[in-house]
Design a protein around this ligand. Sequence first.
Ligand code: AMP
Ligand code: ZN
Length: 492
Amino acid sequence: MNNSLVVYNSIKGKKEIFKPILPKNVGMYVCGPTVYSNVHLGNCRTFISFDLIFRYLLHLGYKVRYVRNITDVGHLENDADEGEDRISKKARLESMEPMEIVQKYTLDFRKTMAKFNTLPPSIEPTATGHIVEQIELIKKIINQGHAYEVNGSVYFDVIKFNKTTQYGKLSGRKIEELIHNTRVLDGQSDKINPQDFALWKKAEPEHIMRWPSPWSVGFPGWHLECTAMSQKYLGTQFDIHGGGMDLKFPHHECEIAQAESVHKKKPVNYWLHANMLTLNGKKMAKSTGNNILPYEMFSGQNNIFNKAFSPMVLRFFMLQAHYRSIVDISQIALEASEKGYNRLVAGIETLEEISGSSTTKGLKLNAWKKDCYNAMDDDFNSPLLIAHLFDAVKFINGVSSNKYQISFQDLEELKEIMNSLFKDVLGLKRDKNKAITSERIQLEGTVSLLSDIRDKLRASKDFETSDLIRNTLLKLKIQINDTKDGSSFKIN
Ligand code: AMP
Ligand code: ZN
């Protein structure tokens, strides 16, 4: 255990020393996916960020209860209280039962996260499995005078709550601004004020996901499930709550209001928010179509990148950025990460081959180890940790070329530290990937040679042979394109 871990607490807007409620235990809740479609790579980034945090806490010796829910009801199309339930809509469009949709995409999510070598959470509760808890929580909020019922639906009274407890402290929004910015109710809504949010909604006849409650046959609001499930498994006050930056408002703000209205204390000590993955400079999102799916990256079958990237290269690419920074994915950045990843793996392999000697020259092992841990202790700074691992790789290569030396004892220690930081903390693996990349390198080299030969054939006007090469490659799904600047190729 160490006492020097510092985390950036979003609700305070600054870094703080991490001190869990119980000295050796950590309770962490992270908002999970809404399982109505395949997770895109942006979603994966958030879950990989929290996997890094989970792994480092475990590495420090904490016993962590990591709860990550599955949203399988209540998340409406527009993130607010209107529109169709995302899962019901997909079920309707695909002529399937809502629970078939939930099962299909939950399995996809787990399979994808396993490919990225993320550890499963300790508990993975579903919203539909906790309807009873959500109804009980609504009753308590009503009893405290913070919610009201209209026509079978129940709404949280934001204005009234704000009279005694500040609403907006996480996202920094002021109630006056919210009132100013939200549109006036059009008379269709049952809400007293447009800022209010649904705790329970009466189901329209066509709404297929429905449960009985004291107010109506209906379904719970999206924000409610996370309050009900986090307090059930972690208590009414727990250590860490995480999620993507885009969930700060309204989702997490509403979670705080729900919990504080009943328990009169802050539900969470540290709010951690992971930043977004962007594509072409814009947030990757399901709704805009600006996204790419993990398996499209692994197979290379997409129109955005001209080659496949393995799960470990993608994980490494994401960890090369700090979890609170925005990352834009691009061919150039991914290729650089692939090279870096291969260099790191090669370094670890060389480390197994080098032999020790009487003394160490070229590395101050203790100082280097301290730098590695200082990086992670400073709000999980994985890019800085990776930079230190590269320093070690330089040293290892130096030992291999007899420029530096390492003592027998330091060699054993360096092996242990490198492996545990690479495998346990960063969650990287070096299995199949290397074989894939070396085959790929051979393939690309061969195609590049054929392409050069073809250019020569074309220059000497041997179009028959040059077409033979091009058409044969095309049958193998390798496409050669001739441009005025020369030829390029794409391997599908
Ligand atoms: P959802 O399934 O829409 O509830 O989202 C699941 C998680 O993915 C949430 O924590 C979101 O904040 C996160 N997320 C959505 N889009 C992105 C993105 N482009 N980059 C990183 N995280 C994202
Ligand atoms: Zn949530």
